[in-house]
Design a protein around this ligand. Structure first.
Ligand code: CMC
Length: 378
């Protein structure tokens, strides 16, 4: 007889399911590196495009390689009229994160060589997905507001161009830099739920669009990539730093989770949250609105005192994106656009050395029994 507790790794906690060259998380030390480079240093010194190159090719680019890669992204930014029509005609009023998932799935239909499953072909598809996801998110958002989509601006970098396509104005340099930093920090994180979902799908040898669709679906849940918007709603609900202590106490007493806190792997703090806390402090100063950082730090303090939990990337990302002017409904799509590079790197890694991912379950249902025909059932 099996022992349920002993044999089941609930949530696959602690199970090693892949060998990867992409990132290393040290949960005890609170450290994260991409291909050997500390993520906090990459966030402070690199651009999103440089980090994307690193995650896809395993090395930081030379100046020439970076220029060529940036050009590749530029060349792939525009989305097809058919995709625009699809976004315009989606039934109901889907949330931006759901519209992004549907559009990414539909991109499979516009693939010019679906039968080519070579690595170069999948790399081309990955670049197309990474380049077009911000365009999809921006176009859907604008059409949802009754406004016309804006074509990409080739003079702008990846993050700045996203802001331009959304709001029709390029961000200030400081804003572009902070968005770039946030995107770098969200770009990759080992076998998190969405990346694992992508790898599970890729492992069946389904195409990269299917794997991205699975990933976006998994990201859209509140325990994963939708926690950022929930964290912002909480900060808005609290309203001011002096109300934090009682609010957190009441939430915990009611058995509710504090969104943006806790983590499966980090037990002494999430290094990405620390960088974003600094960004938020600078942003508050820059915008002359010293509101969010003080309140967020008070929440951090109280959740640590009352529940011994640390903030994760989503917690400080939320007021950072809010201060940069992004609507809350776009927080998860921005996370998806940032994480697209991590998904792509893992999907390619999975294809390179594939084995179907198929764990077991122990059966705990009724014992074998006799079938009763419909007429005889009571
Ligand atoms: N607020 C209150 N209690 C919490 C929280 C939280 N945010 N996180 C964990 N706990 C408690 C939980 O109730 C449980 O307590 P008990 O043992 O008394 O039942 C204990 O801590 C362990 O929680 P768990 O859910 O078993 O731990 P996990 O490793 O499966 O979950 C998590 C990790 C991220 C899902 C969880 O911490 C959580 O729900 N956090 C809030 C949502 C969130 O911020 N998600 C973003 C995660 S990081 C970025 C990303 O990947 O998207």
């Amino acid at each position: 007889m099996w022992d349920k507790e002993a044999n089941v790794a609930r949530g696959l906690a602690g199970v090693i399911a892949a060998v990867t060259h992409i990132s290393l998380i040290d949960g005890e030390q609170g450290q994260l590196s991409y291909c050997g480079y500390d993520v906090t240093e990459l966030a402070r010194k690199s651009s999103y495009e440089e980090v994307s190159y690193l995650l896809l090719y395993g090395e930081l680019p030379t100046a020439g390689q970076l220029e060529a890669f940036e050009q590749l992204l530029l060349d792939n930014r525009a989305i097809s009229p058919a995709l625009l029509d699809l976004l315009r005609n989606l039934p109901g009023a889907p949330k931006p994160a759901d519209a992004l998932r549907t559009a990414v799935s539909a991109m499979a239909a516009t693939d010019s060589s679906p039968s080519d499953v070579s690595r170069p072909a999948n790399l081309r598809r990955a670049v197309r997905l990474i380049a077009q996801m911000p365009t999809i998110a921006a176009a859907h958002w604008r059409m949802r507001q009754g406004e016309k989509p804006i074509d990409p601006d080739p003079s702008l970098g990846h993050a700045s161009n996203f802001v331009y396509m959304l709001f029709g104005r390029a961000p200030r340099q400081v804003e572009a830099r902070f968005l770039d930093m946030a995107m770098i920090l969200m770009a990759e994180h080992g076998l998190n739920a969405s990346t694992f979902a992508a790898r599970v799908t890729a492992a069946t040898l389904a195409d990269i669009y299917a794997a991205f669709t699975s990933a976006i679906g998994a990201l859209n849940g509140p325990l994963h990539g939708a926690a950022n918007a929930e964290a912002m709603k909480m900060l808005l609900e609290i309203g001011s730093p002096e109300k934090v202590e009682a609010y957190i106490r009441a939430q915990l007493m009611a058995g509710k989770r504090i969104m943006g806190f806790g983590h499966r792997v980090y037990k002494s703090g999430d290094p990405r949250a620390i960088v974003l806390r600094e960004v938020l402090a600078t942003l508050d100063g820059d915008l002359n609105k010293p509101r969010w950082c003080k309140m967020a730090m008070e929440v951090e303090d109280q959740v640590h005192k009352q529940k011994n939990l640390y903030p994760n990337v989503d917690f400080y990302c939320a007021p950072t994106l809010y201060s940069l002017g992004f609507p809350m409904e776009l927080f998860t799509p921005i996370f998806a656009c940032s994480r697209s590079i991590g998904w792509a790197a893992h999907i390619l890694e999975q294809y390179d050395d594939n084995k179907l991912i198929r764990p077991d379950a122990v059966y705990d249902g009724p014992a074998q029994r006799e079938y009763t025909p419909l007429a005889g059932r009571k």
